[in-house]
Design a protein around this ligand. Sequence first.
Ligand code: FES
Length: 71
Amino acid sequence: MSDPSMTDIYALMRPRKVCVCRSVTENMILDSLERGARSFEDVQNETGCSTGCGTCESAVRAIIEKKLSPT
Ligand code: FES
């Protein structure tokens, strides 16, 4: 039986998948923006996110909007 506190730590260390269908993490979306993507479609083309069931679209758009909006 594993120690529940270690399980929690491993869960925190694991990158959060924004798009489960295509295994795209938030960092992959941010990297895409760093490389020059400027729209949802750019990120979608580069990472493949939101090309499956589509339920992640609003989460992907929120990450893009937050990153690209002026502070
Ligand atoms: S979770 Fe992203 S396309 Fe299904």
